[in-house]
Design a protein around this ligand. Structure first.
Ligand SMILES: [Zn+2]
Ligand SMILES: [Zn+2]
Length: 273
């Protein structure tokens, strides 16, 4: 196995483990009464998603990347950029796409059915970083597959981006605080306090801070929310507080629940009374 491949596989679990150790030793807030086995359920969801991605999408993505390179498809292949320009451009393209995709997950009723499984966690910790519904993982992989021939990035560039994404996601979901440094660091990357606002149960706060690695997207897109008073935030989704939505099967069944757009602060029918 190549060194880069070993690093790529090792970073996500190591990032989760490091953030778990950090939040265990220096928690930003003491969690309220949590469902038993919450961390184990989130990790089981993460493992099953990783297996799905490896079995269903890795080979397809590799074939598509080879075909794209052989045909010279994509905007990035129109010019021969040196690597020190190409890599930042790839980062901006993929991270900008991730921001728009996340925004779409909150605006589309259909995408929200899957994404709400991530938001239903009523505590934020390192394991929330891998709590995504498999349907969202599959849809996101499909969207990236259409992006590949359009932009023409290489498989190793996507893999490098996904590795940084995994580490950044573990960091900003962790139950930690970097204190006054948060205000400085969030000018560049998404911080724990910044992402806490996005997990608020209050729809006015949930509809902000969609960025994943670079915070500039929220500042440019007008969706940035200053993370004040994060210590008093309540996390989760109003209609998904029942315990039945927090087990392994419950998370899988979450998309079957259709809720009012009002819980996301969107115009539409009124919430069920
Ligand atoms: Zn979200
Ligand atoms: Zn999140």
């Amino acid at each position: 196995m190549e060194t880069m491949e070993i690093v790529r596989r090792a970073v996500p679990p190591c990032a989760i483990a490091a953030c778990w150790l950090w939040e265990t030793l220096f928690p930003a807030r003491q969690p309220l009464a949590l469902p038993r086995r919450r961390n184990a359920v989130n990790l089981a969801i993460g493992f099953s998603n990783a297996a799905l991605a490896a079995l269903a999408f890795s080979a397809l993505m590799a074939i598509l990347a080879d075909w794209t390179a052989a045909e010279g498809w994509g905007a990035l292949n129109l010019v021969n950029l040196p690597f020190y320009i190409r890599w930042p451009v790839v980062l901006l393209c993929l991270d900008g796409f991730t921001y728009l995709w996340h925004f779409a997950n909150h605006r589309s009723d259909w995408l929200w059915r899957f994404h709400q499984a991530h938001h239903s966690d009523h505590h934020l910790s390192a394991t929330t970083a891998v709590r995504f519904h498999a349907g969202e993982i599959a849809l996101s992989a499909g969207a990236k597959m259409t992006l590949l021939p359009l932009l023409g990035f290489r498989l190793e560039e996507l893999a490098a981006y996904e590795t940084v994404l995994a580490a950044a996601t573990a960091f900003h979901h962790a139950n930690v605080s970097i204190g006054k440094w948060d205000a400085i660091v969030r000018w560049i990357v998404v911080t724990p306090d910044m992402h806490k606002i996005h997990h608020s149960i209050d729809p006015r706060q949930m509809n902000g801070n969609f960025a994943t690695i670079l915070s500039l997207w929220d500042r440019c897109g007008g969706t940035f929310q200053r993370p004040d008073h994060t210590e008093s935030l309540e996390f989760g989704v109003h209609e998904l507080t029942d315990r039945k939505f927090h087990g392994f099967v419950g998370i899988w069944r979450t998309p079957l629940q259709r809720f009012s757009r009002a819980i996301r602060g969107l115009p539409g029918e009124r919430p069920p009374s």
